[in-house]
Design a protein around this ligand. Structure first.
Ligand code: SF4
Length: 109
């Protein structure tokens, strides 16, 4: 059975990331430079709410984007901020505590 709470969280996250990537590019940059780690190609972010039609298996348990060079801005930057990690079971990126608050404080200064 579908987890309605998770689906609502994912739907809001998808819309927010799209809007941030289109209209808050400086904020997105300030947030993503704070994250640690590297993508392990698990493909979980490409299955948020629905499976992306461009998601492909790499044949070794990992995943690839079939339009990688042309991928959407919100895909390019995932995860943008700590709360994005709540939408997937696991992601190899991490954020330091207070990452979002720091950026918002600087933006309003
Ligand atoms: S969920 Fe995280 S680790 Fe997995 S593919 Fe997406 S960005 Fe990479």
């Amino acid at each position: 059975m579908a987890d309605i709470s998770l689906m609502k969280l994912q739907a809001r996250g998808k819309v927010r990331r799209f809007l941030q990537s289109q209209f808050r590019k400086e904020q997105v940059h300030a947030l993503v430079v704070q994250r640690h780690g590297e993508c392990n190609r698990c493909g979980e972010c490409c299955r948020i709410l629905f499976r992306c039609p461009f998601l492909r298996s790499d044949g070794n348990g990992g995943h690839l984007c079939s339009i990688y060079a042309l991928r959407f801005e919100q895909c390019r930057h995932y995860p943008i901020q700590p709360c994005d990690l709540r939408e997937v079971e696991s992601c190899s990126y991490q954020f330091p505590t207070g990452a979002t608050a720091d950026v918002r404080a600087r933006a309003s200064a």
